[in-house]
Write a protein of this length. Structure first.
Length: 339
C-alpha cells in the first residue's frame, strides 16, 4: 500500500505534517478482523498484543452489554490502526466477521486475518498462518489446534469431542478432506478469495468457519491447515452452548453439502459422484426401514423371514459402497486444493 499523507498547509499545526506509514508483512498489507461480544476483560489484551506488522485492526462489536466498545474507543486514541464497527442489533459472530472481511475487501488489503476478541489466538502463531498465503501456496489458511499433542489435555472434553464430530462432518460437507478442527476461527484469507466470496450470504452465527469452507471449495480455493496452540483458561468466557450448536451446525452442514453438490458437480461442472451420493443416501434410508422391519419380526413374531434379512443386508452393502465410492471420488476431485 502506498504512503498516505494528510493534506498539509504551512499554517496548520504540526500534526498535519505527520505521515502514516502503512505496515506490511513480507510485502503484504494485513488487516485483522476481531469479532467481540462482551469482551471487556479480554479485548485490551488482544489489541495490545497485536503485532506491529498488522496494518489495521477492525473490531466489530455487537451491542455488547459491557464496556467492550468504550474500551476499544479508548485504545483508538493511541492507536490509529484501530477501527470500531458497531452493529445496531446483535447479529452473531459470523456477521461480525463478515463486516471485518468487507472492510478489508473495500480497502483492498492483501490479506485479512480473523482473531477472536477473547484472546484465545496466540499472535506468535500468526506468521505460520500467513506463510502459505504469502508464498502463494494457499488462498485460505486456518489454525488447527488438534495437531499439537496438547489438544486433548488443554481443550475442555465436551468441546474436544464436539469439535471432532463437527470436523468429520465438515470434511464431508466441504470437500476439504485434509483439514480438521473445523471450529477454529483463527484464519487468514488472500485478496482473490476476499473479492470472490459474497460476504452478505455467509452464515451469521457460530457455524461461519464451516459455511466459509464450503463456499471456498465451490470456488476451488486452496486451503492450508496450520498447527496452532490451543489457548484456554486465560479469563475467556465461551458463548458456545455445545449441545445447541452441534445440531444447528450439523443442519447447516447438511444444507451446505447439498448446495456444494449442486453448484460444484452439476452446475459449474459435472461429476457422476452426485449419483453415487444420491444412491448412497437412498440406500441408507432403505437400510434403516428394512432393519426396523427385521427387528419388528424378531421381537414381535420371533422369526425373521430370510428374504427380509437378505434385503436389509443388500441395502446396507449398497449404501456403504455407494457412499464410500462417492467420498473417494470427491477426495480425488479436490486433491489439488490440498496444501
Ligand atoms: N461481534 C460479535 N462477536 C461475537 C459474538 N458472539 C461471539 N463473539 C466473539 O467471537 C469470538 C469467539 O467466541 P467464543 O464464544 O469464545 O467461541 P470460541 O472461542 O470459538 O469457542 P471456545 O473454544 O468455546 O472459546 C469471541 O471474541 C467473542 O467475543 C457476537 O454475537 N457478535
Ligand atoms: Mg472463545
Amino acid at each position: 500500500m502506498a504512503e498516505t499523507k494528510t493534506k498539509a498547509h504551512f499554517f496548520y499545526p504540526l500534526e498535519f505534517y505527520q505521515v502514516r506509514r502503512h505496515s506490511v508483512y513480507k510485502g503484504k498489507s494485513v488487516c485483522v478482523a476481531v469479532p467481540a461480544y462482551n469482551e471487556a476483560t479480554q479485548i485490551g489484551k488482544v489489541i495490545e498484543t497485536m503485532p506491529d506488522y498488522i496494518d489495521h485492526i477492525v473490531v466489530t462489536d455487537d451491542v455488547s452489554t459491557d464496556k467492550t466498545a468504550e474500551i476499544v474507543k479508548q485504545y483508538q486514541q493511541d492507536d490509529i490502526r484501530i477501527t470500531l464497527i458497531e452493529h445496531e442489533v446483535n447479529q452473531g459472530v459470523g456477521a461480525a466477521i463478515a463486516s471485518g472481511y468487507k472492510y478489508a475487501k473495500d480497502r483492498n488489503y492483501d490479506i485479512a486475518v480473523v482473531m477472536a476478541g477473547d484472546g484465545q489466538m496466540d499472535p506468535d502463531d500468526l506468521p505460520a498462518l500467513l506463510e502459505p498465503i504469502i508464498e502463494g501456496r494457499a488462498d485460505y489458511s486456518k489454525g488447527n489446534r488438534l495437531i499439537t499433542g496438547e489438544a486433548y489435555r488443554r481443550i475442555p472434553k465436551v468441546r474436544y469431542f464436539g469439535n471432532a464430530f463437527l470436523s468429520l462432518f465438515t470434511k464431508i460437507a466441504s470437500g476439504y478432506w485434509h483439514i480438521a478442527d473445523s471450529q477454529s476461527g483463527y484464519t487468514a484469507i488472500n485478496k482473490k478469495a476476499l473479492h470472490t466470496i459474497d460476504w452478505s450470504k455467509m452464515y451469521k452465527q457460530y457455524g461461519q468457519p464451516n459455511d466459509l469452507l464450503v463456499r471456498l471449495n465451490v470456488c476451488s480455493f486452496r486451503v492450508a491447515d496450520v498447527p496452532v496452540r490451543p489457548v484456554y483458561n486465560i479469563g475467556e468466557k465461551s458463548g458456545i452452548k455445545i449441545s445447541r450448536v452441534i445440531f444447528t451446525i450439523s443442519w447447516l452442514l447438511m444444507k451446505m453439502f447439498c448446495w456444494r453438490m449442486k453448484e460444484k458437480y452439476v452446475i459449474r461442472d459435472f461429476h457422476p459422484l452426485v449419483f453415487f451420493y444420491g444412491f448412497g443416501g437412498f440406500f441408507c434410508m432403505t437400510t434403516i426401514l428394512l432393519f426396523a422391519r427385521v427387528f419388528y419380526f424378531w421381537i414381535f413374531i420371533g422369526h425373521i423371514p430370510q428374504i427380509n434379512a437378505l434385503a436389509a443386508f443388500f441395502s446396507f452393502t449398497s449404501a456403504s459402497l455407494f457412499t464410500l465410492f462417492a467420498m473417494w471420488f470427491d477426495m480425488e476431485a479436490n486433491k489439488d486444493l490440498k496444501v
